[in-house]
Design a binder for this molecule. Structure first.
Ligand code: APR
Length: 233
């Protein structure tokens, strides 16, 4: 029998237990920085050094962090289910936690790309991306991150995934940034949605909604049990 399809939408909250700051919590990343200065094309044009400093610091933090139990539980679900993790996160903790199908809606800290050709992507070998690091076309390399105001190339593929979900998990996201947050409305009406968060986000009302107000590692353990009871027994 084909494995049931589980689609996960994760946000910064799943990496919180790994010591990586979220964005909108108290002392979150956006509290200390102006989004438009460090994560937008305008900021990049105005002051690329500032953008690269912010980005290199985040890369270093993410590189030193370890996946937590929440990441591992999602990876273990692959034993019994066909799991796709659609993440808003740019760290590689889902991959390092063992998940094999991860879609990064907002890009990846561990890759750089040409600033003139978005198909020219390069893994970052050293610690830092510096001014003067150029692509094969001679243009400055930039972080392979989707900045505010830029398109989200993966969103159509992510919508297709959500449309086929037998169950959908929302974990560690405030659901305030679109189009990512809009994925919830693509989940088939008869498929259950499980929401795990320490402070539950606003959810559109729907029949089969399970709200688990716990930190990611605890809440995802409960969701894994609920999925096994529902689909495997
Ligand atoms: N366990 C579970 N949830 C947690 C935990 C935890 N330990 N700690 C925090 N959270 C929750 C918060 O309650 C909040 O709902 O994680 C969510 C974090 O929300 P945001 O900081 O807004 O992060 P996110 O939703 O991922 O932001 C989306 O916004 O700035 C852009 O591109 C950036 O991808 C990011 C997008």
């Amino acid at each position: 029998m084909a494995k049931k399809k589980i689609v996960v939408l994760s946000g910064a909250g799943i990496s919180a237990e790994s010591g990586i700051a979220t964005f909108r919590d108290a002392n979150g990343l956006w509290e200390g920085h102006d989004v438009m200065e460090v994560a937008s094309p305008e900021g990049w044009r105005k002051n690329p050094e500032l953008v690269l400093d912010f980005y290199n610091q985040r890369r270093k933090n993410a590189h030193l962090a370890q996946p937590n139990r929440g990441h591992e539980i999602l990876a273990e679900l692959e034993q019994d289910f066909d799991v796709t993790v659609v993440t808003q996160n740019v760290d590689d903790l889902h991959e390092r936690g063992g998940s094999n199908k991860v879609m990064h809606l907002h890009g990846k800290l561990f890759e750089s790309r040409s600033s003139v050709d978005e198909n020219l992507i390069y893994p970052i070998t050293g610690w830092e991306l510096k001014l003067g690091d150029t692509c094969e076309k001679g243009s400055q390399l930039r972080p392979n991150i989707v900045w505010f105001g830029e398109a989200v190339p993966m969103i159509e593929k992510a919508m297709e995934e959500a449309l086929q979900a037998d169950a959908f998990i929302v974990v560690g996201t405030s659901l305030v940034v679109y189009p990512a947050a809009g994925l919830v409305s693509y989940v088939p009406k008869l498929s259950p949605i499980y929401v795990v968060d320490v402070k539950l986000p606003e959810m559109p009302s729907r029949r089969d909604l399970h709200l688990i107000e716990e930190k990611a590692s605890t809440g995802l353990a409960k969701v894994a049990e609920m999925l096994k009871r529902r689909f495997l027994e």
